[in-house]
Design a protein around this ligand. Sequence first.
Ligand SMILES: NC(=O)c1ccc[n+]([C@@H]2O[C@H](COP(=O)([O-])OP(=O)(O)OC[C@H]3O[C@@H](n4cnc5c(N)ncnc54)[C@H](O)[C@@H]3O)[C@@H](O)[C@H]2O)c1
Length: 247
Amino acid sequence: MSGRLDGRVALISGGASGMGASHARAFVAEGASVLIGDISDEAGQKLAAELGEAAAFIHLDVTSAQDWRVAVDAAVERFGKLDVLVNNAGILDFGPLGAYTEEQWQRTLSINLTGPFLGLTAARDALVAARPASVVNISSAAGIQGVSGAHAYTASKFGVRGLTKSAALELAPHGVRVNSVHPGGILTPMIGVPEGSTADRTANTLGRLGMAEEVTAVVVFLASHESSYCTAAEFVVDGGMTAGRPA
Ligand SMILES: NC(=O)c1ccc[n+]([C@@H]2O[C@H](COP(=O)([O-])OP(=O)(O)OC[C@H]3O[C@@H](n4cnc5c(N)ncnc54)[C@H](O)[C@@H]3O)[C@@H](O)[C@H]2O)c1
């Protein structure tokens, strides 16, 4: 049986849990080989073992350019090339202005925004060599509209949306497409509603949280050749949250 990602080789950051793990499972099921990169070694190794020969785990802290270089080399060494990069790792935190510290700001920006930049930097040559290639940057509904009290998160996710445009424009002539995905509230370990958050995460048109697999369906599409005419675009998977207030 042929899969939608047959022969593709993907590196997924933050692939050990939540949506990243869901993407890894679906990619393997659709015929891809996947290198799972995460700081969560135990969960990442467990998932890779569960997925078998088509998957491997590597310790990847997305704030480290050196970790990224090693991860890209490992993907090429183990699976022969790298034609899909999913910049998925991210953290969420909240705090009102005046209490939210510069350290919190820097940490969130460095994981959520500098991480994808370092990933693109490290993977660029391998992706171009493997063309046609695809980069999927996981932004958020918070990259489309503000989230009260989530200053660095909102800024980082708007930043990921912008980085997607500049990278897509630069890499288009080299056969690399770059798109952003904007999930709304998705049921993952990330969203035990944090202290201090007043966000009503069910406030969307569909009136419920989303499941990781509902985002994965879009990520698989973007990683595959089915999306060959999509680049520099925003794919919103938010149950209608950013459309406006439900009736
Ligand atoms: N869950 C939601 O409602 C939601 C909504 C919109 C966007 N997102 C985005 O989706 C992505 C995945 O989130 P999730 O909900 O699956 O969260 P999650 O917490 O389940 O998974 C995030 C993963 O990133 C890893 N990670 C954290 N810091 C890292 C680092 N420095 N280097 C490498 N890996 C690191 C974690 O170990 C974890 O495995 C994130 O970018 C998040 O911002 C989530």
